[in-house]
Design a binder for this molecule. Structure first.
Ligand SMILES: Cc1ncc(COP(=O)(O)O)c(C=O)c1O
Length: 406
């Protein structure tokens, strides 16, 4: 008895460093937990807040993981990842952009999130500024702050389909700017930054000696003929200023396997590797062998997922646009729509947080409020949900909105 009282007292006196007390938990993970809690209470909740494909990892990839276990590939791997996997990543960028990379310019990480985290730890000194276009993926500002940096937000316009303007980025640069984060296709807006804009931003980075961290997590999910580009479209000139971040999570429905990567300047990759050597040693060996198959094996499952997302996207856009008080642009990539819902606000529902809460209470549908991505007035609606459930959810949202929009 006495012992537990002492333990409680000790816990109460623990002081947590400022930079962590200021960080809120990821809003998207919080919404997933909320959905799970309601389902556990027996409610028929539909989760359009989730940021993961509803498909299972393709069989060939699972089998590669199983083979890795049965062949005994269950020990630590090289700190920066399996040579086979690093070579596959290096080759991927060479093929995509005609810019040569070798193994020493890539690192395999425990998901793209971990690659981003290590990059900011390596790049950002206390007080350095990092430019982040809004709406942004929830973890960008948090990770910059954890590294001691200061996010500098650059707004994008709904009427420009949330595509960032290179001049706005240039205007936001200061003596303290260290890096620019670009996420194309974007979570949450689905914006795909055109090659010309990426090249302009590449030139800004070269002139100002900044690093562009390009998050390409959704690069395989593109619609209506949209094409994915990178500042590397400028050619080898952009190589010293570009850090490309990728992930197996969405492309191959491998969220639980936790494999991502970074490709970029050798010095930066080297420091991320040193950090990794003290942090995780290496990502899971089994997952890395599965990832080799993901990158180099049969890609038909990716095409199947894309076809399903395209069909659902049509349904989502049509239905959202028919709802009272809602307008919605055209997401050209990822698997999210980002409708403007400010037309539904009234004297009781005044923010996207209020609306998301209302939709959970009234319609049992989970969405993520735009405020989580730095843009109140919007909601993120995931279409990585089976089509019948998606239709049911949209029907429920429409009914719930009709009750509040006059
Ligand atoms: C834009 C973006 N970047 C990175 C990640 C991280 O993915 P993971 O750590 O699963 O590779 C996500 C996941 O939702 C994302 O949406």
């Amino acid at each position: 008895m006495r012992k537990s009282k002492v333990a409680r007292k000790e816990i109460a006196s623990v002081e947590i460093v400022d930079r962590l007390t200021q960080i809120s938990p990821s809003a998207t993970l919080a919404s997933a937990e909320k959905a799970a809690r309601l389902v556990a209470q027996g409610l028929d909740v539909i989760d359009l807040g989730q940021g993961l494909p509803d498909f299972s990892t393709p069989k060939n990839i699972c089998n590669a993981g199983i083979t890795a276990i049965s062949e005994g590939h269950t020990r630590y791997t090289a700190n920066s990842g399996l040579p086979e996997l690093r070579d596959a990543i290096a080759e991927r960028y060479g093929t995509l952009y005609g810019v040569e990379y070798d193994r020493s310019e890539t690192i395999i990480t425990c998901g793209g999130k971990h690659a981003l985290y290590s990059a900011f730890q390596a790049l950002v000194e206390d007080g350095d500024e990092v430019i982040i276009p809004t709406p942004y993926w929830v973890s960008f500002p948090a990770q910059v702050r954890i590294a001691g940096g200061q996010p500098v937000f650059v707004g994008t316009r709904e009427e420009d389909d949330f595509i960032v303007n290179a001049q706005d980025i240039d205007d936001a640069c200061s003596e303290k700017t260290k890096a620019i984060i670009l996420n194309t296709p974007s979570n949450p807006s689905g914006a795909v930054i055109p090659s010309s804009v990426l090249k302009d931003i590449g030139r800004i980075a070269i002139d100002r000696d900044l690093v562009i961290v390009v998050d390409e997590t959704y690069d395989q999910f593109l619609y209506e003929g949209a094409t994915h580009s990178s500042p590397l479209g400028l050619g080898s000139e952009a190589k010293p200023v570009t850090l490309s971040i990728g992930s197996c999570s969405k492309t191959w429905a491998m969220t639980g396997w936790r494999i991502g990567w970074a490709t970029g300047p050798r010095k930066l990759i080297g420091s991320m590797s040193r950090l990794q050597s003290h942090l995780t040693s290496n990502p899971t060996s089994i997952s890395q062998w599965a990832a080799v198959e993901a990158l180099t094996g049969d890609q038909s499952a990716v095409a199947d997922m894309l076809a399903a997302f395209s069909e659902r996207r049509e349904v989502v856009l049509k239905q959202l646009r028919s709802m009272p008080g809602v307008t919605c642009g055209q997401p050209m990539g990822s698997f999210y729509a980002f409708p403007n819902v400010s037309g539904t606000f009234n004297n009781r529902i005044t923010t996207s947080d209020d609306l998301a809460t209302y939709l959970i209470d009234e319609a049992q549908v989970v969405t993520v409020p735009g405020s989580a991505f730095g843009r109140d007035g919007f909601l993120r609606v995931s279409f990585a949900v089976e089509i019948n459930r998606l239709q049911e959810a949209l029907h429920r949202i429409s009914e719930a909105l009709s009750a509040i929009v006059v």
